[in-house]
Design a protein around this ligand. Structure first.
Ligand code: 13P
Length: 302
């Protein structure tokens, strides 16, 4: 089927199923273009909670679709590719987290939303890249266990007056962006504003003008007086920025920053998913209820 035919089929299946298509900013351009809502992890969680639909087709990675399923038990949440996982989320387990908590009994526990549901169920509160600092600041504890991303944990520790106990996880896509990439792009575009994601290495963050979630990058690029931007995150972001803000220029910090899991979702899989109502994302109810508390606490803070 051609792209036009697939888009037509998806549009008619969406109507038939009363479905809404949520897409993360790292999805393939063709998937972003067919989505009803496009956003970062925080924005998509909010949407999943608010929208009126029978079905959510989640174009992103599994932890994101799980978050939607945790927040919206009354809707059927499907993910077009069941193998669209997140290596970072797999870097911490409930058993390891329990060991860490036992070693720091006075610490509060924060899980980045890039975690599996059973880990979310074990923590005090979740956070995303857009609200990590505010979430940590809001906690009534001086020591904070922060899992699983060590770079985000380190960035947060530079912004708050609390002791952060990190976990040794990292995003295998963001670590591909190197300080040399930023220096090279700055040389090529000396007037550009450098925006990087907080999952980047500390030495990359040090070279940035702004450290932002993907949603924050869109807002900053729109509101800033700068007209050129070096973008230190997954390359899918460039499509989103160019489409939303056509008058400005966006340069990827590294063409190597491609998340293979985000790119697993294609238009034909979206159409299949809508037609067959698969792959259904479901969480055991006891885990879902505890994970929901951690996510809702975050949504109450910001
Ligand atoms: P955002 O929440 O900033 O979109 O980031 C999601 C993510 O998984 C980054 O790798």
């Amino acid at each position: 089927m051609s792209v036009e035919e697939l888009v037509k089929e998806i549009t008619s299946l969406k109507k038939e199923r009363n479905a809404v298509l949520l897409s993360h900013n790292y999805q393939l351009p063709s998937v972003q273009d067919v989505a009803d809502f496009l956003g970062d992890s925080y924005g998509l969680s909010k949407k999943a909670q608010e929208i009126d639909a029978d079905v959510i087709v989640f174009c992103g990675v599994k932890f994101m679709a799980e978050t939607a399923a945790i927040l919206s038990p009354d809707k059927l949440v499907v993910i077009p590719d069941i193998y669209a996982g997140c290596p970072l989320a797999e870097m911490i387990s409930v058993a390891k987290l329990r060991e860490l908590k036992a070693a720091h009994p006075d610490a509060a526990t924060v899980a980045y939303v890039n975690t599996n549901a059973d880990v979310k169920a074990e923590v005090d509160v979740c956070c995303t890249s857009s609200n990590a600092i505010k979430v940590v600041e809001s906690l009534d504890a001086e020591e904070i266990i922060f899992v699983p991303d060590k770079y985000l944990a380190n960035y947060v520790s530079t912004q708050v007056d609390k002791k952060i106990i990190p976990w040794e996880g990292y995003c295998s896509t963001h670590v591909k962006i190197l300080a040399d990439d930023i220096l090279r792009e700055k040389k090529a575009h000396p007037k550009a504003c450098v925006m990087v994601h907080p999952e980047c290495r500390a030495e990359v963050i040090e070279l940035a003008d702004k450290v932002l979630s993907t949603g924050g990058m869109v807002e900053n690029a729109r509101d800033s007086s700068a007209t050129e931007f070096i973008v230190g995150t997954e390359v899918g972001m460039i499509h989103r920025l160019k489409k939303d803000i056509p008058g400005k220029s966006f340069y990827p910090a590294s063409e190597l920053a491609v998340c293979p899991n985000m790119k697993r979702t294609t238009l034909d899989k979206v159409a299949w998913s809508l037609k067959e109502l698969r792959n259904v994302v479901s969480i055991p109810e006891d885990i879902r209820l505890r994970a929901r508390e951690s996510i809702e606490r975050m949504l109450e803070i910001i």
